[in-house]
Ligand binder design. Sequence first.
Ligand SMILES: [Zn+2]
Length: 202
Amino acid sequence: MIDTGYKNEFDGSNLKPGEVVITFDDGPNPHLTPQVHKTISDLKIPAAFFFEVGENVELYPGQTKALATEGFIIGNHSYSHPDFVKLSNGDLTDQIDRTQKIITDTLGGPLEANRLFQKWFSAIFPYPKQVVAPEFFRSPYGSRNKRTMALVEKHFYHVMWNIDSLDWNDHSPATIEDRVFDQLTTEGRHGLFSCTTFILRL
Ligand SMILES: [Zn+2]
């Protein structure tokens, strides 16, 4: 399990047995995001987190809007996916704020963002009341330390994972499935797992 020594961080290890949260990172992508969107809609998966990269939202805002409109949760995943530990505080803040503005503008304002979260996810996840929409952030590569998290946790709930699909390094659906279900069994059949939208093959 990944260490969660940060106060506003969630990694799925405290979910109840049978509760699984799916997250997709690094989109939107013009080809893959619609496939992911259609699949989770067809399967009636009630909520998924999409941690989006600001420069991709600028290019494909329609994808972000379509997901949020249907109630899927949009999270901030930086502007250009750098390793935050290597950035200055100024650059780090710029990566977060720029993306926050792009996502919020794309979704039509803070109140329009993440309506599903506002409706019922907030009853399940403990979260600080001062967080702003989009309420969720994921550090690129999960790379973080006390300095970077001090800035992130001012405004966001930080979402890590305890199940790793490793699909960025393995494009075989069968072995990805085996790995995810093996880890879910090890973790007691609950968890929060991470996929990379760019290379996910459904
Ligand atoms: Zn990423």
